[in-house]
Design a protein around this ligand. Structure first.
Ligand code: HEC
Length: 149
């Protein structure tokens, strides 16, 4: 095989690897139906709840990874609430779409708090981590109070 051919194959391999890496980083696909949206957001909420319950006991790389997962999950919240998607056992309230900006703002503040918690954990700042966790936890209740029936 010529050097040219070998390097072409190597480059193709590298490109394929980088596509896989990009997908693996955030494989999020917006739901196609209201049923899918409800299922996906309920699963996301349960995952966040599970992580948050153990988060106070984490530190270092484990805490960073946990907070990055929550940050990514929070960034998906708006896309998981397509307008009027109240089907099946959904507890979502119509208020979500009547106050969309407020709904998105709570999700964004949670995303920021998770990022702050990850940064604090990375820096070994236990107090900063605890404070950011508290802010993050506050966004769960703030949103449920207004937007979950
Ligand atoms: C921006 C708004 C918002 C935020 C932030 C939010 N939630 Fe929710 N959550 C909802 C809504 C709306 C529902 C109802 C979804 C449905 O049933 O369609 C819900 C549902 C849930 C459920 C029920 C899932 C099920 O199986 O039915 C749990 C558990 C939950 N949230 C936990 C959390 C936790 C823990 C946090 C914080 C880490 C959180 N949520 C943050 C809006 C939010």
């Amino acid at each position: 095989m010529s050097i040219k051919k070998i390097s072409a194959i190597a480059i193709a391999g590298l490109l394929a690897a980088s596509v896989v890496a990009t997908v693996a980083q955030d494989a999020f696909v917006a739901p196609a139906t209201p049923e899918e949206a409800v299922e996906a957001r309920q699963a996301l909420m349960r995952e966040d709840g599970g992580i948050l319950r153990s988060a106070a006991g984490l530190s270092g790389a484990e805490a960073v990874a946990a907070m990055q997962t929550i940050k990514t999950n929070y960034s998906h919240i708006p896309a998981l609430f397509p307008e009027g998607s109240i089907v099946g056992d959904s507890e979502a309230l119509p208020a979500i779409w009547e106050n969309w900006d407020a709904f998105v703002a709570i999700a964004k503040s949670g995303e920021d708090a998770a990022a702050a918690a990850a940064a604090a954990a990375e820096a070994g700042d236990a107090d900063g981590y605890a404070a950011a966790l508290k802010t993050l936890g506050g966004t769960c209740g703030a949103c449920h109070q207004q937007f979950r029936g």
